[in-house]
Design a protein around this ligand. Structure first.
Ligand SMILES: NC(=O)c1ccc[n+]([C@@H]2O[C@H](COP(=O)([O-])OP(=O)(O)OC[C@H]3O[C@@H](n4cnc5c(N)ncnc54)[C@H](O)[C@@H]3O)[C@@H](O)[C@H]2O)c1
Length: 270
C-alpha cells in the first residue's frame, strides 16, 4: 500500500467517477489517482489485461488501500455504455465524473487506410466519446448538483482525452488524428450547450506519453521525433496526464469549461 493522501488533500472524496479504457496506460493511471483522491472509481474497459503488464487496475487500487469496480464496457456499443452508467448509478446513486479515455490505433496514411479501419477508429475514439457523453449528460441532468459542488451548481464533469494530434497532423496516422480533432470539437460543443445546466466539459491533450502500448507507439522513428519535438527534457508519464485529469475533475476547475489542457512538455508551444 502506498502512503494514503490525507483527507484534506483528497480532491475527489466520495465522487463517483467512470474512467473508460482504464485497464492500461493513461486510463489506468487516472483511475489509480482518482481512487487515491477518494473517488469511487468504475474501471470501464473491454478487458482487465494490462498492456504494460502487472496486476489489473482494480487489484492495484485495492493494493493501494482503496476500492474500485471493473465493468466490462465496449464504448463502441451504445447498449453497453448505457448499462455502464445505469449500473454505476444503481450502485453509487449518481455519476459525478466521466473520463473518456478509451482508444484504438491503426496508423495509416490516407491511401493505405481501408474504410473498415477508418470506421473502427472513429467509432471507438470519437463515437465512444459521443455515446459516453450522451449517457453521462442524461444522467447528470437528472441529478441534483452535488453538495461538494453546490456553490457552483455543478451537476457533473466530463474529461475527454484528446491529443496534440487533434491539432496538428500525426504523420501517417489519419483516422486517429481526425478522431482526436473531433473529440476537441465535441468537448467545446458539449461545454457550450450544457453550461447553463451545470455540466463542465473539458479535454486533456497529452503529448508523447510513454505507456506500455506497442507498435507505432514505440517505433524508434516515432520516439526520436517525439523526443526532438518535446522541449521538456523527457517524454511524458501517465501520471502527468492523471494529475491534469484530477484537476479538471475537481471543484477547482469549475469556471474552466470547453478547454483543452495540453500536457505535452511544451510540444505545441515550440
Ligand atoms: N500515449 C500517448 O502518447 C498519448 C498521446 C496523446 C493522447 N493519448 C490519448 O490518451 C488515451 C489513452 O492512451 P494510452 O496510450 O493510455 O492507450 P492504451 O492503448 O495504453 O490504452 C487504451 C485502453 O483503451 C481500452 N479500449 C480499447 N478499445 C476499447 C473499447 N472499444 N471500449 C473500451 N475500452 C477500450 C484498451 O483495452 C486499453 O486499456 C487515448 O485516448 C489516447 O488517444 C495518448
Amino acid at each position: 500500500m502506498t502512503n494514503p493522501l490525507p483527507q484534506a488533500a483528497r480532491r475527489l472524496q466520495d465522487k463517483v467517477c467512470i474512467v473508460t479504457g482504464a485497464a492500461s496506460g493513461i486510463g489506468r493511471s487516472i483511475a489509480r489517482l482518482f481512487a487515491a483522491h477518494g473517488a469511487h472509481v468504475v474501471v470501464a474497459d473491454v478487458t482487465t489485461d494490462v498492456i504494460e503488464g502487472g496486476p489489473s487496475t482494480v487489484e492495484c487500487i485495492e493494493r493501494d488501500g482503496h476500492a474500485a469496480r471493473y465493468m466490462r464496457t465496449d464504448v463502441s456499443d451504445d447498449a453497453q455504455v448505457q448499462a455502464m452508467v445505469a449500473d454505476t448509478v444503481a450502485r453509487f446513486g449518481r455519476l459525478d465524473v466521466i473520463v473518456n479515455n478509451a482508444c484504438v490505433r491503426h496508423a495509416r496514411p490516407l491511401l493505405e487506410l481501408d474504410e473498415a479501419e477508418w470506421q473502427r477508429v472513429l467509432d471507438v475514439n470519437l463515437g465512444g466519446v459521443y455515446r459516453c457523453c450522451r449517457a453521462a449528460v442524461r444522467q447528470m441532468l437528472a441529478q441534483p448538483a452535488d453538495a461538494g459542488f453546490e456553490t457552483h451548481g455543478v451537476r457533473g464533469r466530463i474529461v475527454n482525452l484528446s491529443s496534440q494530434h487533434g491539432m496538428i497532423a500525426a504523420p501517417g496516422d489519419l483516422a486517429y488524428g481526425v478522431s482526436k480533432a473531433g473529440v476537441d470539437y465535441l468537448t467545446r460543443q458539449v461545454a457550450t450547450d450544457y453550461a447553463a445546466h451545470g455540466i463542465v466539459c473539458n479535454a486533456v491533450a497529452p503529448g508523447k506519453i510513454q505507456t506500455g502500448a506497442g507498435g507505432r507507439a514505440v517505433d524508434p522513428g516515432v520516439l526520436d521525433r517525439a523526443t526532438r519535438r518535446t522541449p521538456w527534457p523527457r517524454l511524458g508519464h501517465p501520471d502527468d496526464v492523471a494529475a491534469a485529469a484530477v484537476f479538471l475533475a475537481s471543484g477547482e476547475a469549475t469556471f474552466i469549461t470547453g478547454a483543452t489542457l495540453m500536457v505535452d512538455g511544451g510540444w505545441m508551444a515550440a
